[in-house]
Design a protein around this ligand. Structure first.
Ligand code: NAI
Length: 330
Protein backbone atom coordinates (compact mmCIF):
# COMPACT_ATOMS: atom_id res chain seq x y z
CA UNK A 1 0.00 0.00 0.00
CA UNK A 2 1.04 3.58 -0.50
CA UNK A 3 1.08 5.42 2.83
CA UNK A 4 1.56 9.14 3.52
CA UNK A 5 3.17 9.46 6.97
CA UNK A 6 2.28 12.84 8.53
CA UNK A 7 4.14 14.59 11.41
CA UNK A 8 7.10 12.32 10.74
CA UNK A 9 10.54 12.73 12.27
CA UNK A 10 13.83 10.98 11.48
CA UNK A 11 13.19 8.45 14.26
CA UNK A 12 9.75 7.55 12.80
CA UNK A 13 11.30 7.00 9.40
CA UNK A 14 14.02 4.80 10.87
CA UNK A 15 11.70 2.60 12.95
CA UNK A 16 8.95 2.27 10.30
CA UNK A 17 11.41 1.44 7.50
CA UNK A 18 13.19 -1.09 9.75
CA UNK A 19 9.85 -2.86 10.41
CA UNK A 20 8.57 -2.49 6.84
CA UNK A 21 11.08 -4.64 4.97
CA UNK A 22 9.77 -3.35 1.63
CA UNK A 23 6.12 -4.39 2.11
CA UNK A 24 4.55 -0.93 1.85
CA UNK A 25 5.60 2.31 0.20
CA UNK A 26 5.98 5.18 2.66
CA UNK A 27 6.23 8.88 1.95
CA UNK A 28 7.46 10.69 5.06
CA UNK A 29 5.96 14.17 5.41
CA UNK A 30 6.93 16.69 8.09
CA UNK A 31 3.65 18.69 8.36
CA UNK A 32 0.85 17.83 10.74
CA UNK A 33 -2.28 16.45 9.11
CA UNK A 34 -4.82 19.29 9.09
CA UNK A 35 -7.64 20.34 6.75
CA UNK A 36 -5.01 22.45 4.91
CA UNK A 37 -2.43 19.66 4.47
CA UNK A 38 -4.84 16.74 3.89
CA UNK A 39 -4.53 17.16 0.09
CA UNK A 40 -0.90 15.94 0.40
CA UNK A 41 -2.44 12.48 0.68
CA UNK A 42 -3.27 12.60 -3.03
CA UNK A 43 -2.29 9.33 -4.69
CA UNK A 44 -2.01 7.33 -1.43
CA UNK A 45 -4.19 4.55 0.02
CA UNK A 46 -3.65 5.36 3.67
CA UNK A 47 -2.37 8.06 6.01
CA UNK A 48 -0.30 7.36 9.10
CA UNK A 49 -0.75 9.92 11.88
CA UNK A 50 0.33 10.87 15.40
CA UNK A 51 -1.09 12.56 18.50
CA UNK A 52 -1.19 16.18 17.32
CA UNK A 53 -2.63 15.59 13.87
CA UNK A 54 -6.08 17.12 13.64
CA UNK A 55 -8.36 14.54 12.09
CA UNK A 56 -11.60 16.48 12.32
CA UNK A 57 -14.58 16.56 9.93
CA UNK A 58 -12.85 18.97 7.50
CA UNK A 59 -9.67 16.87 7.34
CA UNK A 60 -11.74 13.72 6.87
CA UNK A 61 -13.75 15.30 4.02
CA UNK A 62 -10.48 16.10 2.19
CA UNK A 63 -9.04 12.63 2.88
CA UNK A 64 -12.21 11.12 1.45
CA UNK A 65 -11.89 13.31 -1.67
CA UNK A 66 -8.32 12.04 -2.07
CA UNK A 67 -9.49 8.40 -1.86
CA UNK A 68 -7.93 7.58 1.55
CA UNK A 69 -9.38 4.37 2.99
CA UNK A 70 -7.39 3.93 6.20
CA UNK A 71 -6.04 6.13 8.98
CA UNK A 72 -3.26 4.21 10.72
CA UNK A 73 -2.59 5.99 14.03
CA UNK A 74 0.87 5.34 15.40
CA UNK A 75 -0.33 6.06 18.95
CA UNK A 76 -2.78 4.68 21.50
CA UNK A 77 -5.00 7.74 22.09
CA UNK A 78 -7.57 8.66 19.41
CA UNK A 79 -9.14 11.79 20.92
CA UNK A 80 -7.88 13.76 17.88
CA UNK A 81 -10.07 11.78 15.45
CA UNK A 82 -13.74 12.47 14.69
CA UNK A 83 -14.55 8.76 14.75
CA UNK A 84 -18.26 9.12 13.97
CA UNK A 85 -17.48 11.16 10.85
CA UNK A 86 -14.74 8.73 9.75
CA UNK A 87 -17.21 5.87 10.10
CA UNK A 88 -19.87 7.78 8.17
CA UNK A 89 -17.40 8.35 5.34
CA UNK A 90 -16.28 4.70 5.34
CA UNK A 91 -12.69 5.50 6.36
CA UNK A 92 -11.34 2.90 8.78
CA UNK A 93 -9.22 3.93 11.76
CA UNK A 94 -6.57 1.68 13.33
CA UNK A 95 -4.29 2.40 16.29
CA UNK A 96 -1.49 0.92 18.39
CA UNK A 97 -3.38 0.08 21.59
CA UNK A 98 -0.27 -0.80 23.55
CA UNK A 99 3.41 -0.35 22.84
CA UNK A 100 5.19 0.09 26.11
CA UNK A 101 3.09 0.91 29.14
CA UNK A 102 6.39 0.81 31.05
CA UNK A 103 7.81 3.72 29.04
CA UNK A 104 5.00 6.09 30.12
CA UNK A 105 4.69 4.76 33.69
CA UNK A 106 8.45 5.06 34.22
CA UNK A 107 8.43 8.62 32.87
CA UNK A 108 5.65 9.55 35.31
CA UNK A 109 7.89 8.25 38.10
CA UNK A 110 10.85 10.22 36.67
CA UNK A 111 8.74 13.39 36.96
CA UNK A 112 7.83 12.54 40.56
CA UNK A 113 11.42 11.90 41.57
CA UNK A 114 12.75 14.90 39.68
CA UNK A 115 10.22 17.26 41.25
CA UNK A 116 10.59 15.84 44.73
CA UNK A 117 14.41 15.71 44.86
CA UNK A 118 14.99 18.71 42.56
CA UNK A 119 17.50 16.85 40.39
CA UNK A 120 17.02 19.37 37.55
CA UNK A 121 18.01 22.23 39.87
CA UNK A 122 20.87 20.27 41.47
CA UNK A 123 22.30 19.49 38.01
CA UNK A 124 22.61 23.21 37.22
CA UNK A 125 23.95 24.12 40.68
CA UNK A 126 26.74 21.57 40.66
CA UNK A 127 27.86 22.82 37.24
CA UNK A 128 28.15 26.29 38.80
CA UNK A 129 30.34 24.87 41.59
CA UNK A 130 27.39 25.49 43.97
CA UNK A 131 26.82 22.56 46.35
CA UNK A 132 24.43 24.31 48.73
CA UNK A 133 21.30 22.36 49.60
CA UNK A 134 18.80 25.14 50.32
CA UNK A 135 15.64 24.71 48.25
CA UNK A 136 16.43 21.05 47.46
CA UNK A 137 14.64 19.49 50.44
CA UNK A 138 12.54 16.52 49.37
CA UNK A 139 10.30 13.99 51.13
CA UNK A 140 10.36 10.19 51.42
CA UNK A 141 7.99 8.53 48.96
CA UNK A 142 7.78 5.57 51.32
CA UNK A 143 4.49 5.72 53.24
CA UNK A 144 2.95 8.50 51.10
CA UNK A 145 -0.49 8.10 49.51
CA UNK A 146 -0.52 8.04 45.71
CA UNK A 147 -3.85 8.47 43.88
CA UNK A 148 -4.02 6.92 40.42
CA UNK A 149 -6.81 7.91 38.02
CA UNK A 150 -7.15 5.30 35.28
CA UNK A 151 -5.79 1.80 35.91
CA UNK A 152 -5.50 0.45 32.38
CA UNK A 153 -2.18 -0.72 30.99
CA UNK A 154 -0.13 2.37 31.91
CA UNK A 155 -1.89 3.02 35.23
CA UNK A 156 -1.33 -0.60 36.27
CA UNK A 157 2.40 -0.43 35.41
CA UNK A 158 2.61 2.81 37.40
CA UNK A 159 0.83 1.26 40.41
CA UNK A 160 3.34 -1.61 40.50
CA UNK A 161 6.30 0.81 40.55
CA UNK A 162 4.99 3.11 43.27
CA UNK A 163 3.81 0.13 45.34
CA UNK A 164 7.46 -0.99 45.17
CA UNK A 165 8.50 2.33 46.75
CA UNK A 166 6.29 1.48 49.73
CA UNK A 167 3.55 3.98 48.85
CA UNK A 168 -0.09 3.48 49.82
CA UNK A 169 -1.89 3.37 46.46
CA UNK A 170 -5.54 4.32 45.93
CA UNK A 171 -7.20 4.26 42.50
CA UNK A 172 -10.23 5.38 40.56
CA UNK A 173 -11.46 3.72 37.37
CA UNK A 174 -14.95 2.62 36.25
CA UNK A 175 -13.47 -0.88 35.76
CA UNK A 176 -11.63 -2.79 38.47
CA UNK A 177 -8.27 -4.21 37.35
CA UNK A 178 -7.52 -7.27 39.49
CA UNK A 179 -3.76 -6.93 38.82
CA UNK A 180 -3.82 -3.54 40.46
CA UNK A 181 -5.59 -4.90 43.53
CA UNK A 182 -3.08 -7.75 43.67
CA UNK A 183 -0.30 -5.12 43.71
CA UNK A 184 -1.86 -3.83 46.94
CA UNK A 185 -3.85 -0.87 45.59
CA UNK A 186 -7.44 -0.13 46.63
CA UNK A 187 -10.26 1.35 44.54
CA UNK A 188 -11.91 4.37 46.15
CA UNK A 189 -14.16 7.24 45.06
CA UNK A 190 -12.73 10.29 43.27
CA UNK A 191 -13.57 12.36 46.36
CA UNK A 192 -11.32 10.08 48.43
CA UNK A 193 -8.54 10.40 45.83
CA UNK A 194 -8.69 14.21 46.08
CA UNK A 195 -8.87 14.23 49.89
CA UNK A 196 -6.21 11.63 50.72
CA UNK A 197 -3.51 11.76 48.02
CA UNK A 198 -0.08 13.32 48.46
CA UNK A 199 0.58 12.62 44.78
CA UNK A 200 -2.05 12.27 42.02
CA UNK A 201 -1.09 10.72 38.68
CA UNK A 202 -3.43 10.81 35.67
CA UNK A 203 -3.62 7.74 33.41
CA UNK A 204 -7.16 7.92 32.01
CA UNK A 205 -8.02 8.88 28.42
CA UNK A 206 -9.24 12.33 27.39
CA UNK A 207 -12.95 12.28 26.59
CA UNK A 208 -15.90 14.55 27.41
CA UNK A 209 -16.28 13.00 30.89
CA UNK A 210 -12.62 13.54 31.82
CA UNK A 211 -11.96 16.93 30.15
CA UNK A 212 -10.74 19.39 32.82
CA UNK A 213 -11.04 16.73 35.52
CA UNK A 214 -8.47 18.82 37.39
CA UNK A 215 -10.18 22.20 37.84
CA UNK A 216 -10.74 24.85 40.51
CA UNK A 217 -13.42 22.75 42.21
CA UNK A 218 -11.41 19.48 42.36
CA UNK A 219 -8.17 21.32 43.22
CA UNK A 220 -9.90 22.86 46.25
CA UNK A 221 -10.68 19.34 47.55
CA UNK A 222 -7.01 18.26 47.46
CA UNK A 223 -4.41 18.31 50.22
CA UNK A 224 -2.42 21.52 50.52
CA UNK A 225 0.86 21.08 48.59
CA UNK A 226 -0.31 18.09 46.53
CA UNK A 227 1.84 16.85 43.64
CA UNK A 228 0.00 16.41 40.32
CA UNK A 229 1.49 14.39 37.45
CA UNK A 230 -0.03 14.29 33.97
CA UNK A 231 1.47 12.01 31.32
CA UNK A 232 -1.91 11.27 29.74
CA UNK A 233 -3.47 14.16 27.77
CA UNK A 234 -3.23 17.90 28.37
CA UNK A 235 -7.00 18.45 28.27
CA UNK A 236 -7.42 16.57 31.57
CA UNK A 237 -6.22 19.73 33.34
CA UNK A 238 -7.71 23.23 33.25
CA UNK A 239 -4.30 24.93 33.10
CA UNK A 240 -5.45 28.38 34.26
CA UNK A 241 -6.96 26.86 37.43
CA UNK A 242 -3.80 24.90 38.18
CA UNK A 243 -1.74 28.09 37.78
CA UNK A 244 -3.96 29.79 40.41
CA UNK A 245 -3.45 26.77 42.68
CA UNK A 246 0.34 26.93 42.17
CA UNK A 247 0.28 30.63 43.07
CA UNK A 248 -1.66 29.96 46.29
CA UNK A 249 0.49 26.93 47.22
CA UNK A 250 -2.49 24.56 47.03
CA UNK A 251 -0.51 22.64 44.39
CA UNK A 252 3.04 22.07 45.62
CA UNK A 253 4.45 20.33 42.55
CA UNK A 254 3.30 19.88 38.96
CA UNK A 255 4.83 17.42 36.47
CA UNK A 256 3.56 17.57 32.91
CA UNK A 257 4.46 15.61 29.80
CA UNK A 258 1.36 16.88 27.99
CA UNK A 259 -0.31 20.27 27.67
CA UNK A 260 -3.75 21.15 26.30
CA UNK A 261 -2.35 23.52 23.65
CA UNK A 262 0.75 21.45 22.90
CA UNK A 263 0.04 20.93 19.19
CA UNK A 264 1.81 24.14 18.16
CA UNK A 265 4.70 23.70 20.60
CA UNK A 266 5.81 20.14 21.18
CA UNK A 267 7.97 17.89 18.99
CA UNK A 268 9.61 20.94 17.32
CA UNK A 269 12.72 23.01 17.94
CA UNK A 270 11.16 26.44 18.51
CA UNK A 271 14.27 27.92 20.11
CA UNK A 272 14.49 30.74 17.55
CA UNK A 273 10.80 31.66 17.90
CA UNK A 274 8.92 33.85 20.38
CA UNK A 275 6.83 31.87 22.88
CA UNK A 276 3.34 33.24 22.21
CA UNK A 277 1.38 31.08 24.63
CA UNK A 278 1.14 33.23 27.80
CA UNK A 279 -0.42 30.44 29.86
CA UNK A 280 2.41 28.05 29.01
CA UNK A 281 4.97 30.83 29.62
CA UNK A 282 3.48 31.38 33.12
CA UNK A 283 3.77 27.66 33.87
CA UNK A 284 7.47 27.76 33.04
CA UNK A 285 8.09 30.47 35.65
CA UNK A 286 7.37 28.16 38.61
CA UNK A 287 10.41 26.37 40.04
CA UNK A 288 8.12 23.55 41.22
CA UNK A 289 6.80 22.79 37.71
CA UNK A 290 8.63 20.28 35.53
CA UNK A 291 7.53 20.04 31.90
CA UNK A 292 8.70 17.57 29.28
CA UNK A 293 7.49 17.76 25.69
CA UNK A 294 5.41 14.58 25.24
CA UNK A 295 8.39 12.27 25.52
CA UNK A 296 6.97 9.71 27.94
CA UNK A 297 6.47 7.16 25.15
CA UNK A 298 9.93 7.77 23.70
CA UNK A 299 11.97 4.62 24.38
CA UNK A 300 13.68 2.30 21.93
CA UNK A 301 11.32 -0.51 22.87
CA UNK A 302 8.21 1.63 22.37
CA UNK A 303 9.29 2.95 18.95
CA UNK A 304 9.98 -0.59 17.73
CA UNK A 305 6.61 -1.81 19.02
CA UNK A 306 4.75 1.15 17.45
CA UNK A 307 6.35 0.38 14.09
CA UNK A 308 5.58 -3.36 14.31
CA UNK A 309 1.89 -2.86 15.20
CA UNK A 310 1.44 -0.09 12.59
CA UNK A 311 2.86 -2.41 9.93
CA UNK A 312 0.63 -5.26 11.15
CA UNK A 313 -2.40 -2.92 10.86
CA UNK A 314 -1.44 -2.01 7.28
CA UNK A 315 -0.93 -5.69 6.40
CA UNK A 316 -4.30 -6.67 7.91
CA UNK A 317 -6.11 -3.86 6.07
CA UNK A 318 -4.51 -4.82 2.76
CA UNK A 319 -5.48 -8.46 3.29
CA UNK A 320 -9.01 -7.34 4.30
CA UNK A 321 -8.47 -9.30 7.50
CA UNK A 322 -10.13 -6.62 9.64
CA UNK A 323 -10.37 -8.85 12.73
CA UNK A 324 -6.58 -8.76 12.92
CA UNK A 325 -6.49 -4.98 12.66
CA UNK A 326 -6.55 -2.89 15.87
CA UNK A 327 -9.55 -0.96 14.69
CA UNK A 328 -11.16 1.92 16.62
CA UNK A 329 -14.85 2.56 16.11
CA UNK A 330 -17.55 4.61 17.85
P1 NAI B 1 -5.98 2.00 28.70
O1 NAI B 1 -7.11 2.08 27.76
O2 NAI B 1 -5.28 0.70 28.91
O3 NAI B 1 -6.42 2.54 30.15
C1 NAI B 1 -7.20 3.67 30.36
C2 NAI B 1 -7.99 3.43 31.64
O4 NAI B 1 -8.68 4.62 31.96
C3 NAI B 1 -9.04 2.32 31.49
O5 NAI B 1 -8.88 1.37 32.53
C4 NAI B 1 -10.36 3.07 31.61
O6 NAI B 1 -11.38 2.29 32.23
C5 NAI B 1 -9.94 4.24 32.49
N1 NAI B 1 -10.90 5.33 32.49
C6 NAI B 1 -11.77 5.72 31.53
N2 NAI B 1 -12.51 6.75 31.96
C7 NAI B 1 -12.12 7.01 33.23
C8 NAI B 1 -12.52 7.95 34.21
N3 NAI B 1 -13.51 8.84 33.98
N4 NAI B 1 -11.90 7.94 35.42
C9 NAI B 1 -10.92 7.04 35.67
N5 NAI B 1 -10.50 6.13 34.78
C10 NAI B 1 -11.09 6.12 33.58
O7 NAI B 1 -4.94 3.13 28.20
P2 NAI B 1 -3.40 3.24 28.53
O8 NAI B 1 -2.62 2.54 27.48
O9 NAI B 1 -3.15 2.91 29.94
O10 NAI B 1 -3.16 4.81 28.28
C11 NAI B 1 -3.72 5.79 29.13
C12 NAI B 1 -3.55 7.16 28.50
O11 NAI B 1 -2.15 7.49 28.44
C13 NAI B 1 -4.01 7.23 27.04
O12 NAI B 1 -5.38 7.55 26.96
C14 NAI B 1 -3.17 8.34 26.47
O13 NAI B 1 -3.90 9.53 26.55
C15 NAI B 1 -1.95 8.42 27.40
N6 NAI B 1 -0.68 8.15 26.73
C16 NAI B 1 0.32 9.09 26.82
C17 NAI B 1 1.56 8.87 26.23
C18 NAI B 1 2.69 9.85 26.35
O14 NAI B 1 3.71 9.71 25.65
N7 NAI B 1 2.61 10.85 27.21
C19 NAI B 1 1.79 7.64 25.45
C20 NAI B 1 0.69 6.70 25.47
C21 NAI B 1 -0.51 6.97 26.07
Amino acid sequence: MKVAVFSSKAYDQQSLEAANKGRHQFNFLEPHLTPQTAALSHGYDAVCCFVNDSIDADTLAELKRQGIKLIALRCAGFNNVDLAEAQRLGIRVARVPEYSPFAVAEHAVALILGLNRNTHRAFNRVRENDYSLHGLLGFDLHGKTVGVIGTGKIGAAFVRIVAGFGCRVICSDPYVNKEVEQAGARYVSLEEIWAQSDIISLHCPLMPATRHLINADTLAQMKQGVMIINTSRGGLIETKDVIDALKSGQVGYLGLDVYEEEADLFFEDNSDAILRDDTFARLLTFRNVLVTGHQAFFTQEALAAIADVTLANLDAFEAEDFDRMHEVSV
